[in-house]
Design a binder for this molecule. Structure first.
Ligand SMILES: Cc1cc2nc3c(=O)[nH]c(=O)nc-3n(C[C@H](O)[C@H](O)[C@H](O)COP(=O)(O)OP(=O)(O)OC[C@H]3O[C@@H](n4cnc5c(N)ncnc54)[C@H](O)[C@@H]3O)c2cc1C
Length: 505
């Protein structure tokens, strides 16, 4: 077994939280190793709605979380400005809805107070005619709306650039490395790409494994309890309108249609989840529940077909006797004492928008343990990077590898420099296969380019191609009933022939 050198800190998990802990530790001069079992943003981070929102609905129960989220939204807008976009929202009100316009107006007056920290404009109240002028696709049954601002972010690049910033400050990043054992001052991890077991020693290990945190704690004989809730989104391949729409579902919960990059997300659900976080799949009931709410608010949506569904698992703090959506979005930094001389810390709960703050609190604790005196600077230094390869190709230069998402072949090569080790990793960095064709017309081109870059054998290149197509297909079959039949047939045919897949007929 290869033994890595000794680190001050080993961070387990490369979601938004783990990447931010690694960055903060490295910026404070601590020798840091980050271990991720798949890829950056593989977990909940890569399956969230991507909103840097205060969450107006938590105002009554958790105003301190709303305030912290609004402040952090402002911070992320400053340090990752090229990844953040404004999302103007219309919260629609229909007859029979749980909350009327007057109540919502009073409520949003309070939210305005908090939202100044994130540069959101004060809310407005719109009458029926104004709503229909702003968005003619909204149902004519609408009675009015509240207009307000939120901000969205590219979560894949936010997590990746946070990790790359950690690397720039001296951290070592290892993806596809699953921690399989945590002992007194050493971790053992398995490199799935190279097929070998490695070991690293540490002073402090940080469990930032999101919904997997209970399993990771158990490896060290420690205990973490969470309440996991599954959230499903449907994805439309283009933006149908530029304003996001919030509306009430049949049970009074809020559901949103959010323009996100080149697509539109419809979500989300909130259901207790008892299976492994690796087994979070959308159910037919969730799909129908979301569509029911969306068709009521925007009937024209019946004519537009989603291309896939995806589910993620929220790693919430455990609370008994509450409905899923009422469970706290607060977070906790837990100092376990089970490990002898070395320390184990778990960072759990929270929201993506709070990841930097969660990391700051965890790193403050690590510094106290190690006697380090450096102060946090993660809110002051930008993490932005350039996306040089998503350019217009000139006639004499290269062509697009993925036409839906306008990714050049050099994007695949750039992804390799950004720690992509598989074709699915390339998807997370470039969005290949995430557009209308869902990989049907681009995945083999990307696989060829990647095989050249990583010197993959034909067998391995084909295995990775199959892995990407299977992943895309898994998101397609829950919506087969409501998606375009022609596209589903085409995808089914290509998936079956190209990679001899076992399809879910
Ligand atoms: C549907 C949905 C919508 C959401 N929308 C929003 C939103 O709009 N805004 C917002 O602020 N929040 C949102 N959230 C919440 C937010 O996504 C999460 O709170 C946040 O992303 C959690 O990040 P994390 O890094 O803690 O966990 P994760 O992103 O899950 O990262 C944990 C990582 O640990 C790795 N790991 C696990 N075990 C091991 C091991 N043994 N060895 C090495 N690595 C391991 C996993 O592979 C994973 O990558 C949403 C959540 C859901 C489910």
């Amino acid at each position: 077994m290869k033994v890595e050198e000794k680190y001050d800190v080993v961070v387990i998990g490369g979601g938004a939280t783990g990447a931010a802990v690694a960055r903060d530790c490295a910026m404070r001069g601590l020798k840091t190793l980050l271990l991720e079992k798949e890829d950056f943003a593989y977990g909940t981070t890569g399956r969230c709605s991507g909103l840097l929102h205060g969450g107006p609905r938590y105002l009554l129960t958790e105003p301190e979380i709303v305030e912290a989220s609004c402040k952090e939204s402002g911070v992320i807008q400053r340090i990752a400005s090229s990844l953040v976009f404004r999302v103007p929202f219309l919260l629609l009100v229909f007859k029979g809805d749980k909350y009327g316009i007057d109540l919502l107006d009073a409520y949003f007056r309070e939210y305005d107070r908090y939202s100044r920290a994130r540069g959101g404009r004060p809310h407005t109240v719109l009458g029926r005619r104004e709503v229909l002028e702003a968005n003619p696709l909204v149902s004519r049954e609408v009675e009015g709306a509240i207009g307000f601002d939120e901000f969205g972010v590219d979560v894949f690049r936010l997590t990746l650039l946070t990790a790359l910033s950690a690397e720039k400050h001296g951290a070592k990043l290892m993806t596809h490395c699953e921690v399989v054992d945590i002992g007194s001052s050493r971790v053992r991890f398995y490199d799935k790409v190279r097929g070998r077991l490695l070991e690293a020693r540490f002073e402090v290990a940080v469990n930032a494994a999101g919904p997997w945190a209970p399993q990771v704690a158990k490896l060290a004989g420690a205990r973490v309890e969470l309440r996991l809730t599954r959230g499903t989104h449907l994805i439309y391949p283009r933006q149908l309108f530029t304003t996001a729409i919030a509306m009430q579902a049949i049970d009074g919960r809020e559901v949103m249609l959010i323009p996100h990059q080149s697509s539109m997300l419809l979500g989300t659900t909130d259901e207790d989840h008892y299976a492994s976080p690796d087994e979070a799949y959308p159910t037919r009931d969730e799909v129908m529940y979301l569509l029911q709410a969306a068709y009521r608010a925007v009937p024209a949506l019946r004519e537009v077909k989603p291309v896939r569904a995806m589910a993620g698992v929220r790693p919430l703090l455990p609370e008994w006797g509450k409905r899923e959506e009422d469970v706290t979005r607060g977070f906790r930094v837990i100092d376990h004492e089970e490990l002898g001389e070395a320390s184990l810390i778990s960072v759990v709960g929270g929201k993506m928008v709070l990841h930097r703050l969660m990391a700051e609190e965890a790193t403050d604790l690590i510094c106290r343990k190690l006697g380090a005196r450096e102060k946090c600077r993660t809110h002051l230094e930008a993490i932005d990077g350039e996306l040089s390869w998503r350019a217009e190709p000139t006639p004499r230069s290269e062509s697009y590898c993925c036409e839906c998402e306008r990714v050049l072949a050099s994007g695949v090569k750039e992804a390799v420099r950004e720690h992509a080790r598989t074709l699915v990793d390339v998807r997370r960095r470039t969005r290949i296969g995430m557009g209308l064709c869902q990989g049907v017309s681009c995945s083999y081109k990307a696989a060829l380019t990647l095989a050249g870059e990583l010197k993959l054998s034909p067998r391995e290149a084909l295995r990775q191609l199959r892995e990407l197509l299977e992943e895309r297909w898994r998101g397609r079959w829950p919506i087969a009933e409501v998606s375009s039949h022609e596209l589903t047939e085409l995808a089914h045919g290509v998936y079956s022939c190209l990679a001899a897949l076992e399809v879910y007929a």
